[in-house]
Design a protein around this ligand. Structure first.
Ligand SMILES: C[S@@+](CC[C@H](N)C(=O)[O-])C[C@H]1O[C@@H](n2cnc3c(N)ncnc32)[C@H](O)[C@@H]1O
Ligand code: SF4
Length: 459
């Protein structure tokens, strides 16, 4: 399906562009006072919607592939101190936001949000629902490790407002899970999915998988994906394993166990892709699949698919992101602000009445322009100069100049049938969507010269 010579040519270390600029461009010249001012300023910026993110870093076991900001569940119960600080942080941010602004998304990630007693989640949601107003049909989502879900826990999560559950399945093959130091689901998966749907038939369920791990083969991972189908998840994500051992030392254990090479990884991806498409799913962005009348599919059709730190979303649901908890990243109109990753420092700083900012990035206008082009292309697979220039209130000439547009520079992508260049804009081909990071790089002036930044491989 994907010509192998392209694999050799395009499997490079590249940004994933889940943000622009990528998080390894953040600098330390961002502090509590600057963040306070940016929060106030954000009330005057678009989008006026608010996306809230709550980070719960704790996990009972650390999976060897994990690239997230996760820590082993503490023996001493310092979790209570963490939650108290988090509640305080929400109040500190809330005071600075215009009360007429509405929340469109609330997302809990981690770590493992459902590793902590459910009372804590109820307390956080209670505060958020009392302090903010919401749009109609907001997305209230939580990432859950199925090994720690009980019926009581799920029932209380649904009662406290969640309408989307992302279940981290990763793989059904026990050998793969064991090598990755990952516990399987405790309850049978049909008990979990049926129970959630019995509580509320409108609840949406996502399954997360990851491919590129030791012992995974085309046959084994295809079987895993086939096993998922009868549960009819609304969305499926197949994350390509990002191997960054210089940043996450525990990943070395997987190198020792033997990682599949790029060709095997691509074959696994192709096979999973085929099964999902044949079974009624549509591919969204790089690694997501959705079925039926999912709003991401409709947004893709209407050229309105978008992405922020909460993941794929639509122009209706996206907002400026206000993030709470260690390591979490707020994403305002023209700036990123990341909290410290150190839990004691986080708690102490908040208790002193300051924001626990560690680093961040203030974008200039050119970077906002590049972000718009890359984000739009990666989500919607085409872009017209007029559309983007209109949205940014600049001329088409200014837009082309800012992204260093030069049709001859794109020629290799065109001759490899990844991209079509037209007068009105560019279109990513059916083949090109598998090389979306390579295409994005061509519109990123920061990557036109060699960089000392390290990135995971694109395949
Ligand atoms: C915070 S976890 C989800 C919640 C919960 N901790 C769990 O593992 O089920 C977010 C997702 O990131 C993905 N992930 C973690 N490390 C990754 C890596 N190195 N490369 C690609 N995806 C990764 C996993 O598939 C995981 O489901
Ligand atoms: S994948 Fe999930 S459970 Fe495993 S260590 Fe990472 S955040 Fe924790």
């Amino acid at each position: 399906m994907i010509p192998r010579h392209l694999l050799e040519k395009y499997n490079q270390s590249l940004p994933r562009y889940t943000s622009y600029p990528p998080a390894n461009y953040f600098t330390t010249d961002m502090d509590s006072e600057t963040f306070r001012n940016l929060l106030v300023e954000s009330n005057t910026h678009e989008p006026s919607n608010i996306s809230l993110y709550v980070h719960i870093p704790f996990c009972h076991k650390i999976c060897f592939y994990c690239g997230c900001n996760s820590v082993k569940y503490p023996k001493r119960d310092s979790v209570g101190d963490y939650i108290a600080a988090l509640l305080k942080e929400i109040k500190m941010v809330r005071e600075l936001l215009d009360p007429s602004r509405k929340v469109s998304q609330l997302h809990y990630g981690g770590g493992t949000p459902n590793a902590i007693p459910v009372e804590y989640i109820e307390q956080i949601n209670k505060l958020i629902f009392e302090s903010f107003t919401f749009i109609d049909e907001p997305e209230i989502a939580i990432e859950c490790h199925p090994a720690h879900l009980t019926e009581e826990y799920m029932e209380r999560l649904v009662k406290s407002g969640f309408n989307r559950f992302s279940l981290g399945i990763q793989d059904f093959d026990l050998k793969v899970l064991k090598t990755a130091n990952r516990e399987p689901s405790k309850l049978p998966l049909d008990v979990i999915t049926n129970f959630l749907r019995s509580l509320d038939p409108n609840i949406k369920i996502n399954f997360d998988f990851i491919y590129g791990l030791p012992h995974q083969t085309v046959e084994s991972f295809t079987e895993t994906i086939k096993q998922a189908l009868p549960y009819s998840p609304d969305r499926i994500v197949t994350f390509s394993y990002a191997h960054v051992p210089w940043f996450k030392k525990h990943q070395m254990a997987l190198e020792k166990a033997g990682l599949p090479d790029a060709d095997s990884k691509l074959k696994i991806f192709e096979s999973a892709f085929k099964v999902l498409i044949e079974n009624g799913y549509s591919d969204i962005g790089m690694d997501h699949y959705a079925k039926g009348d999912d709003e991401l599919i409709l947004a893709l059709k209407n050229n309105e698919l978008h992405r922020n730190f909460q993941g794929y979303c639509t122009r209706r649901t996206t907002g400026q992101v206000y993030a709470f908890g260690v390591s979490s990243i707020s994403q305002l109109h023209d700036s990123y602000i990341q909290n410290t990753k150190n839990i004691s420092e986080y708690v102490a700083t908040i208790n002193e009445g300051n924001f626990p900012v560690e680093k961040g990035y203030k974008m200039n206008f050119s970077e906002i322009v590049v972000r718009e082009v890359i984000n739009h292309l990666m989500c919607n697979r085409f872009m017209t100069w007029n559309d983007i220039a209109g949205r940014l209130a600049i001329s088409v000439e200014q837009l082309k100049e800012t992204v260093n547009f030069d049709a001859s520079k794109l020629e290799p992508l065109v001759s490899d049938d990844l991209l079509e260049v037209k007068d009105e804009g560019v279109v990513i081909t059916a083949l090109g969507r598998f090389f979306i990071r390579n295409i994005a790089v061509a519109f990123d002036p920061a990557m036109s010269a060699p960089t000392d930044k390290k990135f995971s491989k694109s395949i």
